[in-house]
Design a binder for this molecule. Structure first.
Ligand code: HEM
Length: 479
């Protein structure tokens, strides 16, 4: 609080600290970031949140911040506070996880896509079923399992990724971790070490860890035997990690279980929510669904009835829909949470003192009418036009491909930026495209009763996104 106090407060008129926290947690909270953006454009400001005073830096400061090293501004410490890594064991600076994503998944993306496509083709109809009439579906419930199976295909292989125990504990672990971390931060620091003995969430985390490692142990042992004998082995994370780590079964089971949970925490729910947000937008866009369906069928036909990497790249409308949907549901008003380990001096004279945890304003530029005309409208073709060059590029990038779904840029902080930009975004794009393609090709989607208006967005604190609790209606496309 004492460090943050030197920066101007947005929402001072809302009252004392308690009243400001209450306002932050209402829809008015989100507006504080827009007001800060308009009032201070290139200046630093602060907002009172339920987690304390949040220091917000302008997007323009990134030009200077991005040149500072990890020793100067760190991502890991504030992230570890969020996950309570010292207690839950899940640390942001996880080398194994980053290695797995950058060196295995990303390098083998065409192969990974070929592995995932059949999984999406099976998981979507087996979860949603055949729906001859319009049927209410809450996408968050159905898609969580589908995403876990599809991502699990890369982690634990074709046979295991559909196992109920595996899916249940992977999802349970992610949910429990964040509840556990939220409860821990409410406790006095010295008490947090004792919490593992009495907090039920810790028992759940331990149970999930134990169940998943018991589940993996025989598979890993069998895979090691096959590798020793030079037999053919499936390509998945179990094989990749064994090749990397060698033969120590105990460590390998621990390492793979740990990576498994690390990945599901960073990947499963955020990927699922990004995919689902598109369905809420499309529920009032039947013409766009038709165009997407043509695009999907045509791309598949060009590639021997497969949605491989090339086919996914060719589906520019789907890519545009995903980026436009993510723009309208950015979830967080700020991104790029960092802690200053030494003072940060900005060129306008502002000094961010040592120990300040700050974030960079991310969402107001996404609603800037100078960049995105009619910014609150869902325009499925917006990024198609920007990519193909049929409209002027408002930002003036060197390359129009910067308007792809996966492009990380200062004006699009949804993936972060530079060295810590999400390494999993290429994989996330593949998973989302494969699942959406399968859903869109085989199901019509609409609002309950065919209502013409889409669900209002939820605004609360830093959050802006679709209301994931609301049902949509699905109906099988009859051929
Ligand atoms: C739509 C889905 C996703 C979104 C919106 C997303 C968003 C982000 C963002 C904004 C960051 C940067 C944080 C920062 O700079 O402070 C990040 C980092 C990271 N993401 Fe993702 N992510 C997604 C999917 C995934 C997936 C599927 C994986 C794993 C395969 C993954 C793994 C990671 C990892 C390991 C980091 C840390 C990178 C580092 O510290 O260098 N993410 N993600």
């Amino acid at each position: 609080f004492w460090i943050a106090r030197k920066f101007p407060l947005v929402g001072k008129e809302l009252g004392n600290r308690k009243q400001r926290v209450k306002a932050f947690l209402s829809p008015a909270g989100y507006d504080l970031f827009r007001r800060g953006y308009e009032q201070f454009r290139n200046g630093v400001f602060r907002v009172t949140t339920d987690e304390g005073e949040l220091v917000v830096l302008p997007n323009s400061a990134l030009d200077e911040l991005r040149s500072l090293g990890d020793d100067h501004i760190t991502r890991y410490e504030p992230m570890d506070i969020k996950t309570q890594g010292n207690h839950t064991g899940l640390h942001a600076a996880d080398d194994g996880l980053a290695f797995l994503i950058r060196n295995e998944i990303n390098r083998k993306l065409p192969m990974v896509t070929d592995m995932l496509h059949p999984e999406a083709v099976t998981a979507v109809p087996s979860t949603l079923g055949r729906l001859p009439d319009w049927t209410p579906v809450i996408p968050a419930r159905s898609l969580m399992g589908i995403v876990a199976v599809v991502i699990g295909r890369v982690l634990v292989g074709a046979d295991l990724c559909r196992d109920r125990v595996y899916i249940e504990h992977t999802n349970l672990f992610s949910r429990t971790l964040f509840t556990c971390a939220r409860k821990l931060v409410q406790l006095p620091r010295y008490f947090r070490y004792l919490a593992r003995y009495f907090m039920p969430e810790f028992w759940q985390l331990r149970t999930s860890r134990r169940r998943v490692s018991e589940f993996l142990r025989p598979v890993i042992a069998e895979r090691q035997r096959a590798l020793r004998l030079g037999l053919d082995v499936p390509e998945d994370n179990i094989t990749w990690t064994l090749r990397r780590l060698g033969n120590d079964v105990k460590d390998t089971v621990d390492a793979i279980t740990h990576e498994q949970f690390g990945l599901s925490v960073s990947a499963n729910s955020v990927t699922m929510l990004t995919a689902i947000a598109c369905l809420y937008e499309l529920a009032v866009e039947p013409e766009v669904i038709k165009d997407l369906r043509h695009e999907i069928i045509a791309a598949r036909a060009r590639h021997g009835d497969k949605l491989n990497s090339k086919a996914l790249f060719e589906m520019k409308l789907l890519d545009s829909v995903m980026r436009e949907s993510m723009r309208l549901s950015p979830t967080n008003a700020t991104r790029w949470m960092r802690r200053a380990n030494r003072p940060v001096k900005l060129s306008d004279g502002t000094v961010i003192p040592t120990g300040t945890v700050f974030r960079v304003l991310a969402s107001p530029p996404l609603f800037d009418a100078d960049i995105y005309p009619d910014p609150f409208k869902f325009d499925a073709y917006r990024f198609v036009r920007l990519r193909e060059g049929s409209v002027k590029d408002p930002i003036g990038y060197n390359n129009r491909e910067m308007y792809q779904f996966v492009s990380a840029a200062k004006e699009n902080l949804q993936w972060g930026l530079d060295r810590h930009a999400c390494p999993g975004r290429f994989f996330a794009a593949v998973v989302i495209k494969l699942i959406l393609a399968e859903v869109i090709e085989h199901y019509d989607i609409r609002m309950p009763g065919g209502a013409k208006d889409k669900c209002p967005y939820v605004l609360r604190g830093e959050f802006r996104g679709v209301d994931y609790t609301q049902p949509l209606e699905f109906r099988s496309v009859l051929n």
